[in-house]
Design a protein around this ligand. Structure first.
Ligand code: 6PG
Length: 248
């Protein structure tokens, strides 16, 4: 973790979604003004759903130029896109079905693929097609969640994922959830211009304290998210930040 990540503590989960939506649209406006497009990787799980739903409503929806926005995912479960476990499915229900984003701008990870490694390779090719073949894809905004075990995206403690800048997306079998996953690799996460963690709920208080204030541990994948040339912000609600408050 960077020396001190920018930790923003908000009252409750509703405020978390609002604060996240505000940061989403400001990143979108800055990127569109600077580059003529906005590239963002969505996180999965449950926390970001309320943020995605807010983006379909004013004052947020009208501040994003959806025609030049490119949506990717930080990770995906290896299930069909209509499966309730799919991160794409959650984003489609909460956001994609309600905003005028061109279909070609929605870069879904093929969780349904018979070969997860081939799906990972294909996603890497899709990233290079959008970001260019040289260097690492640099997302304008990359959203991440935090698991109670310290995982983020699908980088789980004790589960090897290549840390090679030539490998942009990896397929990984995660015993803990008994599932294959597709995930952006750490070099891609750390190449982003803005990384935004969304952390909600009392159950995350211990791991958030470990992430922000604990000793460095290679077995805490979320601690290894240290943007090379970008900002790192943690948006947490008061319940998730409870252990932090004790020391700050
Ligand atoms: C996933 C996510 C994962 C998630 C964390 C937090 O596919 O599950 O990418 O990394 O962000 O597990 O999930 P919650 O927000 O549901 O607590």
């Amino acid at each position: 973790m960077a020396a001190v990540p920018d930790v923003q503590i908000v009252a409750a989960s509703a405020a978390l979604a609002e604060a996240g939506a505000q940061r989403f649209v400001s990143a979108a406006r800055e990127a569109a003004a600077a580059n003529g497009r906005f590239t963002v990787a969505l996180s999965g799980g449950g926390t970001p759903r309320a943020l995605y739903a807010l983006l379909t409503q004013e004052p947020f929806a009208g501040q994003v130029d959806w025609a030049t926005t490119h949506l990717f995912w930080s990770d995906e479960r290896c299930v069909p896109p209509d499966d309730p476990e799919s991160n794409y499915h959650m984003a489609r229900e909460a956001l994609l079905s309600h905003v005028p984003i061109p279909e070609g701008n929605v870069h879904r990870m093929r969780g349904e693929a018979a070969s997860p490694p081939q799906a990972a390779q294909q996603y890497g090719d899709e990233l290079r097609a959008v970001f260019g073949k040289q260097g690492l894809p640099r997302f304008d905004l990359l959203l991440l969640g935090l698991g109670e075990d310290g995982h983020t995206a699908s980088l789980f403690p004790g589960v090897h994922v290549p840390n090679d800048p030539a490998i942009l997306t990896a397929a990984v079998f995660v015993p803990k959830v008994n599932m294959w996953r597709l995930t952006l690799t750490l070099p891609v996460l750390n190449a982003a211009a803005r990384v935004l963690f969304l952390v909600s709920g009392a159950a995350k208080a211990p791991v958030l304290k470990a992430l922000v204030a604990g000793p460095r541990s290679l077995d805490l994948p979320s601690q290894r998210v240290i943007p090379t040339n970008g900002t790192l912000t943690i948006l947490a609600d008061r319940a998730a930040a409870a252990a932090l408050n004790a020391d700050r």
